[in-house]
Design a protein around this ligand. Structure first.
Ligand code: ZN
Length: 142
């Protein structure tokens, strides 16, 4: 799971999303007690102790990340998406939801599917040389 995200981010040079999410996760998300998480900061509401967004949207970068999520998915839908996932997987889900939302804002037609298509084309383009290499290796060893 983590490898796939790293590979995708390495190819299209967008490691900021997962990196920012990872750092927000390790920095305690919601930050100091009393200060809202990035999502609640954006929504201008009080951040409850059980806030589903708090561990994944830090007070600094989280608000701008959540702005994209709010615009594309809506806050309550994003909360439902996270609640449907096991707590251990929520950080990764928050990162990918952020990525999808930001991609959709950048490209209203294709969203993150544009990246999927580009990666599929790269795989397709690499296939002949890969087949050739495998053939060279198998014929040289036998
Ligand atoms: Zn919150």
């Amino acid at each position: 799971m983590r490898e796939r995200a790293t590979t995708a981010s390495g190819v299209d040079a967008r490691p900021e999303t997962t990196a920012a999410m990872a750092s927000s996760g390790t920095s305690g998300g919601g930050g100091s007690p009393g200060s809202p998480c990035g999502a609640c900061k954006f929504l201008r509401r009080k951040c409850a102790a059980e806030c589903v967004f708090a561990p994944h949207f830090c007070a600094e970068d989280g608000a701008s990340q959540f702005a994209a999520i709010h615009k594309v998915f809506g806050a309550s839908n994003a909360a439902k998406l996270l609640q449907q996932v096991a707590p251990a997987d929520r950080s990764e889900a928050a990162a990918t939801i952020t990525y999808e939302a930001q991609a959709r804002l950048r490209d209203p037609i294709y969203g993150c599917v544009a990246h999927i298509f580009a990666l599929q084309q790269q795989v397709h383009a690499c296939m002949p040389s890969l087949i050739l290499r495998v053939h060279e290796i198998t014929t040289s060893t036998s």
